[in-house]
Design a protein around this ligand. Structure first.
Ligand SMILES: Nc1ncnc2c1ncn2[C@@H]1O[C@H](COP(=O)(O)OP(=O)(O)OP(=O)(O)O)[C@@H](O)[C@H]1O
Ligand SMILES: Cc1cn([C@H]2C[C@H](O)[C@@H](COP(=O)(O)O)O2)c(=O)[nH]c1=O
Length: 209
């Protein structure tokens, strides 16, 4: 890889993002790259507040949730020591499990997506991913994985919501395809097959830059 990259992994809950993010991180490290694996919502102050809402312990209006994610994302980018900009400056390839397309899709399912895109403009102006990888899974498969593997279910993890979010991802990618680098992998496949497809995409990304 000529330059350290910023890679965002996107997809509905249960799509296999975290599994794949960890896998890519290991493979890149094995090739000698310094890798920083991170996620949203973060484990910083605003991210923790968001988790209490996602877990159903506190209620908040959808617009408030969307705004909290904007603030958490700016913390994620700009934090002095652990921020993405700092990690990139230190030579790390940064892989984030979710970034602003998650906001467009999840909040776009409950309000005007253009408002969500506008409210994330500052983050997008500061730092766009070199590549957004969409792990494309059917909501039915995702819901089965969630129900089989989790003790707690979060507020957005219902079949109807995941269907709506999936549709919003497609809309957001269509809206922003001229200004963003977006690639999809079939997440319905086995973890190994998804991983191979993803690795191939990343190799191309590395060679082309
Ligand atoms: N391709 C796959 N096929 C079958 N099971 C998978 C696959 N990928 C991941 N899983 C399993 O499905 C569950 C969800 O995977 P994972 O946590 O990676 O998804 P996620 O998209 O990060 O989910 P969430 O957004 O809800 O945190 C895990 O138990 C994982 O082991
Ligand atoms: C970044 C981001 C996330 N969300 C939602 C999507 C998921 O339901 C949760 C995060 O859970 P995960 O298991 O850690 O993936 O948060 C959102 O609504 N808006 C966002 O911007």
């Amino acid at each position: 890889m000529k330059k350290n990259k910023f890679i965002a992994i996107e997809g509905i809950d249960g799509s296999g993002k975290s599994t794949q993010a960890k896998n890519i991180a290991k493979r890149l490290e094995a090739e000698g790259h310094k890798v920083y694996l991170t996620f949203e919502p973060t484990d910083m102050r605003i991210g923790k507040m968001i988790r209490t809402i996602l877990g159903g312990k506190e209620k908040a209006d959808e617009k408030v949730i969307a705004a909290l994610f904007v603030a958490d994302r700016l913390d994620h980018i700009l934090h002095e020591t652990n921020g993405i900009l700092k990690k990139l400056a230190d030579g790390f390839t940064v892989i984030t499990d979710r970034y602003y397309f998650s906001s467009y899709a999840y909040h776009g399912a409950h309000m005007d997506m253009d408002w969500v895109i506008q409210s994330n403009k500052m983050a997008a102006d500061i730092l766009k991913p070199d590549i957004n990888i969409f792990v494309d899974v059917s909501p039915e498969v995702a819901m089965k994985r969630i129900n089989a593997n989790r003790e707690t279910i979060e507020i957005y993890e219902t079949l109807d919501n995941l269907k709506a979010v999936q549709a919003q991802y497609v809309l957001a990618f269509e809206k922003l395809k001229e200004s963003e680098h977006i690639v999809a992998v079939n997440g319905d496949e086995t973890p190994e097959k998804v991983s191979e497809a993803l690795w191939e995409i990343l190799q191309k990304e590395i060679q082309n830059n």
